[in-house]
Design a protein around this ligand. Sequence first.
Ligand SMILES: *Cc1c(COP(=O)(O)O)cnc(C)c1O
Length: 714
Amino acid sequence: MNREKGYTGIEYFRIIASLLVIAIHTSPLASFSDVGDFILTRVTARIAVPFFFTASGYFLISCYSQSAGKLILFVKHTALIYGVSILLYLPVNLYNGYFKMENPAPHIVRDIIFDGTLYHLWYLPASIMGAAAAWYLIRKTDYKNAFITALILYLVGLFGDSYYGIAEKIPGMSGIYQFMFQLFDHTRNGIFFAPIFFLLGGYMADRYRHRRINKMGYTHLENSIWGFAVSFSLMLGEAMLLWFFDVQRHDSMYLFLLPCMYFLFRFILFFRGKRPPYLKEVSLLIYIIHPMIIVLLRLAARLLHLQSVLVDNSMVHYLVVCVLSVGISVVAVIFWERHRPQGNRVPDGRDRSYIEVSLENLEHNARVLQKAMPSGCRLMAVVKAEAYGHGAFEIATHLDKIGVRAFAVATIEEGIHLRKYGIRGEILILGYTDVHRVRELKKYDLIQSLIDFDYAAALNQEGIAVKAHIKIDTGMHRLGISAGEWEKAEKIFAMKNIDVCGIFTHLCCADHLAPDDVAFTKGQIDSFYDLLADLQADGFRIPKIHIQNSYGLLNYPDLKCDYVRAGIALYGVLSSPEDDTVLKLDLRPVLSLRSKVVLIRSVGKGEPVGYGRAFTAQRHSRIAIVPVGYADGYPRSLSCGHSSVLIRGSRVPIIGRICMDQMAVDVTDLEEAAVGDIVTLVGVDGGNELEAPVVAYGSGSISNELLSRMGRRG
Ligand SMILES: *Cc1c(COP(=O)(O)O)cnc(C)c1O
């Protein structure tokens, strides 16, 4: 599955944001300047919590995800943290006289749901509500409508927050807000404030998650900085005006906070690389414990008569709270990581080499392809050859789950497997099946391609009614009856035991855009439609029709058909890096091939490595041994420096001959390489990517072959 690693910018900004939150609660500039304090704590630091919401949304919300799994996990996790935090602060509540008020029960319920039982804890229930609201909105509509709804909520919240002075003056409105304030103290909560930022995070993820940094480019960075500078200035102006005219009831929500967050987050996304560990946990802990630190620090200062040193100067006070909060959080997280229950370490099949499949990308590709088709045309997912090496079970069951109802396979065995996996919907066998297996065709409700007239006649002879699609040969000269032989097609229609529910052809050079290839393809398409017209003229009802494979759709997107048989594009890659296509779709690779370093050894200058002594060290070298080889689908022809792999985001060359199950790579120049490091042979690591078409091309082949040979051993 997709590992969301490498968002260095997001991880580091979490710490900055948590220090800004401490600023809100300690006002470091209060001893020096009212205006300065306002700008820092009531404007600048107000970026922090929306940032946390956006970051959570980034990893949680996606218009491509249908399942609630991640959300449920997030809610459980946040609720647990909230529960623990409530208990942690009970002594403070007691000390503050929280339970002394009259009739505390409704107040407590209200605080638990909306406002938090201490001033900063509202963030946790707001996260739960905001996440759930964003998830629901994007599931029910699209980004546009979801944003409109969330924006309306935000505006309602705005007029109960920093614009309240205006709402208050409008007769009907002030009544409504008075009523709302019976339910919660602040409108900056999970209903009005949080959802739009969670959506924003999801939107950014769907837009940028899969773009590599170099593709995002420096204009992206520049635009983000400018956008942030402008919107931050506007927010500052907005806040100052509201403050000056005494409009604010509270000061968390501003209009220009929205563009501010958009540009800031875009900027932060630019920074990717190795993921710094535990910053998320540390920042959350800082957020949760710093009010406790403030209380304890004041207490200690009073007991030790150090108020003048530790508390009176607001800046010193702030810095001391920061140092203590960060220090205690770091120590606590390290302690927890060392001592948490590890469970029994069961090998997860990833102890050697493995393929990683991103179902999220698969789902994305399926939707992108479906969108590119003319209306009425549906995706027939080609899952032959173990779904091009990705694993037919995982791929087909996921596609079934997201509503794909037509599949194509190469053999009857593959079709039977799909049924056993619980695949509903149509399954078309594209290749030859021995006619004696007609009972199995029937039993598993599989559709057989009729590869020529004699085959159809033989199948009919078996005496058992089966579903079939007629294959028409329009120039590839592989399978099918010739497009000119319409009378043969008509005879098949008349066969008693053949239920013709489809008719199709296959394009043989739709991947090339040279003029003669285009002319040939158009000829194929025309002769197919001509045949259909002949059949229709003779009174036959035309069954479901299909022509295009992946490149057929990408280069001839407008054909009138019932299905597109998409294989390679569904897996998110083109066949070759040299290919150009008419439609340029945002397809995302589904498969990564990974292994890990199991041994690092030194080899002296002049010493050989591997079979045939094909490599000789030209210098004193460090060699890493990686347990993946041609039996795992990695082509042997990429031996001897013809290819490289990624370790810690850097390219290192393969040296010597690739063996059946192992290979050697030269890590002399990558000093930090260590045993246990993940090795990426196809896929993304850090800011680098090895694309399947490029790897395949280097081995003299196409992605289709490279991928379909993988995943058999594991
Ligand atoms: C394999 C196959 C496809 C899928 O081709 P892609 O180029 O991978 O999309 C479609 N139609 C037929 C007949 C096939 O054999």
